[in-house]
Design a protein around this ligand. Structure first.
Ligand code: PLP
Length: 180
């Protein structure tokens, strides 16, 4: 959410069935949280309802890949292209992959969207001795910014703090996602 540079009038759409971590990330950056309905068969975002909730202030769609199943990323990316923000262009689609690391169509969860955020907490599918996480993206500018945020803004013109795993945690899980 930090990397979106959100303003108070900006809106981010999140599924109503969720863990509080993703809605709190939106509120933590001072933006407006907009809940969407879920598909009762998958517990994932209902993309038709996402489309209904888009306004000129929408900046991002933030689906959760629920309990092993991918969110409908192709549908959400299509919506993101069709409703660009007047200043920032196509909406960003950010996947919360804390609860799912499986496949999606011809690819894997983590590949589609601007970025996908994984959790390696003890209760999750992939764990690293307690706490940890990973972000996947194909956007080199975003990757540079995220590395900066992780390490006090070093090597990137950005605000930063310390969001690192210990080396032991980082080495306890091999990354299952190949980047292009
Ligand atoms: C959907 C979802 N997103 C985010 C999180 C938070 O992950 P972490 O504890 O690694 O920050 C959780 C944790 O339960 C979750 O279920």
């Amino acid at each position: 959410m930090i990397s979106l540079g959100l303003e108070p009038e900006d809106e981010v759409i999140c599924p109503a069935i969720n863990f509080k971590a993703s809605p709190l990330a939106v509120l933590g950056q001072g933006a407006k949280l907009v809940f969407c309905e879920i598909d009762p068969h998958t517990f994932n975002c209902d993309s038709a309802d996402v489309e209904r909730r888009i306004t000129p202030n929408t900046r991002a769609i933030f689906p959760v890949h629920m309990n092993g199943l991918s969110a409908p990323m192709d549908d959400l990316l299509d919506i993101a292209e069709r409703y660009p923000h007047p200043t920032h262009g196509p909406l960003k689609v950010i996947g919360d992959a804390a609860r799912a690391c499986g496949g999606y169509k011809e690819t894997k969860i983590g590949k589609k969207g601007w970025m996908n955020v994984f959790s390696f907490h003890t209760m999750k599918l992939m764990t690293t001795l307690g706490e940890g996480g990973m972000i996947t993206t194909d956007d080199p500018e975003l990757a540079k910014m995220l590395r900066g945020i992780r390490q006090w803004g070093n090597e990137a013109d950005t605000w930063g703090s310390s969001y690192k795993m210990t080396k032991v945690q980082a080495s306890s899980r091999k990354c299952p996602i190949k980047s292009s």
